[in-house]
Write a protein that binds this ligand. Structure first.
Ligand code: BGC
Length: 484
C-alpha cells in the first residue's frame, strides 16, 4: 500500500471525528442495557404499562412447538417491503414444505385508505388459492403474520396500535386487523378461509426456530424494522390474567423494542443524523431505537455522514454530487456490499460510488466511505446486542438460542460476529447463547401458531362437549329421580 499523504491523514482524521458519535463504548452500552431492562419491567407491569414505551404485548402464544405439529395451513406475511402468501404443509418430526408467492404492494397502498390495502391482500390471497387447486368446500386455517405493533386480545384478535416502517394507511389504527381482513374476504365472497391466528414476525421467527431447537427462547428481526420477542414467566406478567384452568406458566412477549427511546431515554446517544432522519418520517418521535438500528434507515444515515464529510472537504475533495444531496439514494444493501469487499480492494465500492455520482474516487475516499459504513452497521449491531444481552440475562437459562431473521442480519457480512462478540461482553458469563438464522419464520411460524390455535379450538370444543353431556346426564338423572 502506498504511503498515506498528510492530506489523506487529515481527511481520515476528519471523517473519524465526524463518525465519533456512532462509536459507543461498553459503559455506554451497559447503561443502555439497564435502561432497556427498566422499560421491559414497565411494559410487563399492569400498573405502569399505560405509560411504558416498550409495551411488551401479550401474544397469547404460551408454549413452544413440539415438532410434531401436522397439517396444511395458509399464511400471509405483511410487514416488510414485499407481501407474501404461503401454503405450508407441516409433516411432523420437524419436516415441512411450502409453496409461496411474492406480491408487490404498490407505493400508493402504503399510505392510502386501509380498506384498499386489505382489498389488495384479499385479492392476492384469492389468486394464490386458485393456483393451489383447493376444493370448493375445503376451508383452510390461516395464520396472519402482521409485523406492526398489535394489542392482542386473543390468538385471532389484534388492534393495530400504530403503523411503522413507512406504512401509514388511515382507518386502521385502533381497529382489529383480523376483522378488517375478514371483511375484505367477505366483500369478495370467492374464497373460504378461517383466520385462526394473528402474530408478529418475531413470534413467527421464535416459533419457527424453536420447532427445530428447543432451547430457542428469543425471536429477533433486524430487517426493514427491528423488534424482538421472548418467552417470559407468567408470574412476572401482570398485564395478563389467565383463565382459572390455564396452568401454562409461560407466555411469548412481543417487546416492540423499536419504540425503546421514545420516552427520551436514548437522547444521550442519539446523534443529529438520527434526529434528521426522524424528522422526515410519518411517525416522528416514535420508534427511535428502530431508527438507529434497522435497515430502513441505515443507508440514509451513511448518506448523511458522507455528505457532512464531503462538506468538511474530507471526502471527494469536497464535491457534492446531485445523488449525494438527494434523500435515500444510498441503499442499505450498499453497506453490506462495501463491507463484504476484501480490505484494500475497491472494485465494488467504486461501482457504488459511481452510482452516487463519483466517477473517480480515490482509494482513500473508498477507505473512508467503508469506515462510515462500518460505524453505522457496528452501532446497529452493538445496540441490538445490548438489548439481546438484557433478554438473555432476564430469561436466566444457562443456555439460550436466539432465532433471527431480517435482511440486515442475513446479508451484512459481519453482523452475526459483531452480535456474538458484544453479547458475550455484556451478558452475564454464566449465560451461554447461540444465534440461529431463521428459515422462513414468517411463513412456517404462522403455520405453527395456526396449529396451536387449532389445538386450542379442538380442546375447547371437547370441553364444551363434555360440559354439554354432563348437563344432559344431570338433567336426565333429575328427571328419572322425579319420576321415581
Ligand atoms: C414493528 C414490529 C416488527 C418489526 C420487524 C417494527 O417496525 O413495529 O412489529 O416486528 O418492525 O419487522
Amino acid at each position: 500500500m502506498s504511503q498515506e499523504t498528510d492530506l489523506e491523514l487529515n481527511n481520515r482524521n476528519t471523517v473519524h471525528e465526524i463518525c465519533k458519535p456512532f462509536v459507543l463504548d461498553d459503559d455506554t452500552l451497559r447503561k443502555i442495557k439497564d435502561l432497556f431492562l427498566n422499560d421491559i419491567k414497565m411494559g410487563l407491569c399492569k400498573a405502569t404499562n399505560y405509560k411504558a414505551v416498550v409495551k411488551c404485548w401479550i401474544t397469547y402464544v404460551q408454549s413452544l412447538p413440539s415438532g410434531c405439529e401436522t397439517g396444511k395451513f395458509l399464511a400471509l406475511d405483511l410487514g416488510g417491503t414485499n407481501f407474501r402468501v404461503l401454503c405450508i404443509y407441516l409433516e411432523g418430526q420437524a419436516n415441512f414444505h411450502m409453496d409461496f408467492e411474492v406480491y408487490e404492494i404498490p407505493e400508493k397502498l402504503l399510505v392510502g385508505p386501509g380498506r384498499d390495502l386489505f382489498d389488495h391482500i384479499a385479492e392476492c390471497l384469492a389468486k394464490f388459492i386458485k393456483t393451489l387447486g383447493v376444493k370448493k368446500d375445503e376451508e383452510l386455517p390461516l395464520g396472519f403474520t402482521f409485523s406492526f405493533p398489535l394489542k392482542q386480545n386473543g390468538l385471532d384478535k389484534g388492534d393495530l396500535v400504530a403503523w411503522t416502517k413507512g406504512f401509514n394507511c388511515p382507518g386502521v389504527v385502533g381497529r382489529d386487523v383480523v376483522e378488517l381482513l375478514r371483511e375484505a374476504i367477505d366483500r369478495r365472497g370467492d374464497i373460504n378461509v378461517d383466520i385462526t391466528a394473528i402474530l408478529n414476525d418475531t413470534t413467527g421467527t421464535l416459533m419457527s426456530c424453536a420447532w427445530k431447537n428447543r432451547n430457542c427462547k428469543i425471536g429477533l428481526i433486524v430487517g426493514t424494522g427491528s423488534n424482538a420477542c421472548y418467552l417470559e414467566q407468567l408470574k412476572y406478567v401482570s398485564t395478563y390474567e389467565p383463565e382459572a384452568d390455564n396452568r401454562v406458566p409461560t407466555m411469548i412477549i412481543n417487546c416492540e423494542w423499536g419504540a425503546f427511546g421514545d420516552s427520551g431515554s436514548l437522547e444521550f446517544v442519539r446523534t443529529k443524523y438520527d434526529k434528521e432522519i426522524d424528522d422526515v418520517t410519518h411517525n416522528r418521535c416514535h420508534q427511535l431505537f428502530e431508527k438507529m438500528v434497522a435497515g430502513m434507515y441505515l443507508g440514509e444515515l451513511v448518506r448523511k455522514l458522507m455528505l457532512d464529510c464531503c462538506k468538511a472537504g474530507a471526502l471527494f475533495k469536497g464535491n457534492e454530487s446531485e445523488q449525494l444531496n438527494k434523500e435515500n439514494t444510498f441503499k442499505t444493501k450498499f453497506i453490506s456490499q462495501i463491507e463484504e469487499e476484501k480490505r484494500g480492494t475497491y472494485v465494488i465500492t467504486k461501482a457504488i460510488l459511481e452510482m452516487m455520482g463519483y466517477k473517480n474516487p480515490t482509494d482513500s475516499d473508498c477507505e473512508n466511505v467503508r469506515y462510515i459504513c462500518e460505524c453505522v452497521s457496528r452501532r446497529s449491531a452493538h445496540m441490538v446486542a445490548t438489548n439481546l444481552a438484557c433478554l438473555i440475562d432476564r430469561i436466566g437459562d444457562p443456555y439460550v438460542v436466539v432465532g433471527i431473521d431480517g435482511s440486515v442480519y442475513r446479508y451484512h457480512p459481519h453482523y452475526h460476529d459483531l452480535l456474538m462478540q458484544k453479547i458475550r461482553c455484556l451478558a452475564r458469563p454464566e449465560h451461554k447463547f447461540d444465534l440461529m438464522l431463521s428459515e422462513d419464520g414468517s411463513g412456517r411460524g404462522a403455520a405453527l401458531v395456526a396449529a396451536v390455535a387449532a389445538r386450542i379450538k379442538s380442546k375447547e370444543m371437547e370441553k364444551s362437549e363434555h360440559k354439554r353431556s354432563r348437563m344432559l346426564r344431570r338433567s336426565e338423572a333429575r328427571k328419572s329421580n322425579k319420576i321415581s
